[in-house]
Design a protein around this ligand. Sequence first.
Ligand SMILES: NC(=O)c1ccc[n+]([C@@H]2O[C@H](COP(=O)([O-])OP(=O)(O)OC[C@H]3O[C@@H](n4cnc5c(N)ncnc54)[C@H](O)[C@@H]3O)[C@@H](O)[C@H]2O)c1
Length: 466
Amino acid sequence: MVGRIAVIGSGYVGGVVAAGFALVGHDVTVVERERARLAQLRSGVAPFREPGLDPLLASGLASGRLRFTDELGSGLEGVDVVFVCVGTPPGADGRPDMSAMATVADGLSAHLSAHQIVVTKSTVPIGTGRWLRAQIEENRGADGPGRWPVRVVSNPEFLREGHAVEDFLHPDRIVLGSDDAAALQRVVELYEPITAQAIPGDNSQRGPVPLLLTDLATAEMTKYASNAFLAMKISFANEIAHLCELVGADVGAVVDGVGLDVRIGRPFLDAGLGWGGSCLGKDLSALVGTAVEFGYHPALLEAALQVNEHQRQLVVDELLHQLRSLRGARIAVLGLAFKPGTDDVRDAPGVDVAGRLAGRGAFVAVYDPLVTSLDSLDGVRFADDPYAAARGADAVVLATDWPELAALDLYELARAMRGDLLFDGRNLFDPAKVRAAGLRYLGVGRPAVGVERPSPLPLMPLATTQ
Ligand SMILES: NC(=O)c1ccc[n+]([C@@H]2O[C@H](COP(=O)([O-])OP(=O)(O)OC[C@H]3O[C@@H](n4cnc5c(N)ncnc54)[C@H](O)[C@@H]3O)[C@@H](O)[C@H]2O)c1
C-alpha cells in the first residue's frame, strides 16, 4: 500500500530515509528548516557526501514522489506517518541535546491530526517516545474538546554513513516499537517493500529482512545497546593493542584470530585512533547518562569511553616522546573525516589530534580527500595533496584509512618530509615497506620499526602453584 509520509530533518538519516521511501513507491514530503540545505536538496544534490544518494534524490524528484518544504504545517497535509529525523548532538554535559526534538514536539502540537502517526527515527534517550506523546498531548490541551491520544512508534536507524543508501534499502534488521498495535502495524506496512526486499531496480534476490516488533522503550534501548556494544569492541581491541605493545605481539594478527570465532566476528576489532563520528561516542555517553540517572554505575561502558579518549592522546604522547618537544615541530595529519567515504568530521579523531598538536605549539598541516576547510582548525594549514601536507614535516600522522592514503607513494612521502617518523593511527601500512622507504614506523599495537618506544613493563613470571 502506498504511504503518504513526512520526514522532518534531512541530514544523513532523513535525506536517505526520504529518498529511499520515495524509491519504494511512497509519497514523501521532507520538512527541513535550513534554507540552504533545502535549496540543494530541491536541485537533487545532497548537501553532504553519501554514495548513491544524489541519483536517488533525482529519481524521487523526477517521479514527483519526493518534495521539500520548510513549513511543517503544509508538510503534514495529507500525510499518514511522520518520521522525525532531526539531530540529537551531544550537549555540553555529554547527554544528547534534545532542543531540535523539543522544537519538533511544539510544531507537532500545533499541526498534528488524530490519524497521524509519529515515528521517532532519531537516536533518543530511552523514554523519549513516551515524553513526545505526553508533550504533544499536554501542549494541545489534554482536556480540550476533541481530545485524542497521540500515536508514537520508535524506529531506530542503524545505517552507516558512507553506506547509508545501501543500509537503508538492505538493512540487517528493522526494529519497531510502540504501545499502539494499530500504529505499529501501519509502519510495518510502510516497510513491506524493504522487509520483502522488493526494491525497484534491485535484482540481488536477497532474503526477507528480520523485523522486530516491540514496545517503545525496548526499541529505543536496542539502538543504544547496539552502538554501545560496537564501541566496546573497538575499545577492547585497543586495550589488547596496548598489551600487544608491551609483550611484543602484533594486534592485527591477534584480532584476526579472535574475530574468526563466530561468536565474536571480525568487524569493529581494529586497533587505532578509536572511533569517531556522530553516533558511537554520543550514544554511549547518553547511555552512561541514563544509567547514572537511575543510580547505576555502568563500569564497562565508561571504560570503553575512557579507552577511546586515551587513543587520541596517545598520538600526542608518542610524538612528544619521539620529537622531545612539539613546540615548533612540523606535523602533517592525513585524514580528517571520521572514516573513509564520508565528509563528516563530527567527533573525528583526525580533527581532534590536529587540534591537540596545534594546541601544544606544533605547526600542523592537514590533508583529506573530501574535507578541504574547517573553521574549528584555526591556524592549521590545509594542503591540496598528502605530499604537500608532508612537505618539511618532522612527523606524519595517518588518521583516516582512506584507500587513497593506503596507496600513498611512501618514497615520495619520505622525500617531502624533513624528518622520518610515520605514526600510522589506523595500522594501514606494511611496516617493512615504510622502513624500506626510509621512514621510521609507529603503529598501534604492532611492533615499532626503527623507533625506540618507552621501555615496556617488565613481564612478570607466571605464578606457580605449590
Ligand atoms: N548519521 C548517522 O550515521 C546516524 C545513524 C543512525 C542514527 N542517527 C541518528 O539520527 C538522527 C539524525 O542524524 P543525522 O546524522 O541525520 O543528523 P544531521 O544533523 O545530519 O541532520 C539533522 C537535520 O535535521 C534538521 N532539523 C533540525 N531541527 C529541525 C526542525 N525543527 N525542523 C526541520 N528540520 C530540522 C537539521 O537542519 C538537519 O538538516 C540523530 O539522532 C542521530 O543520532 C544518525
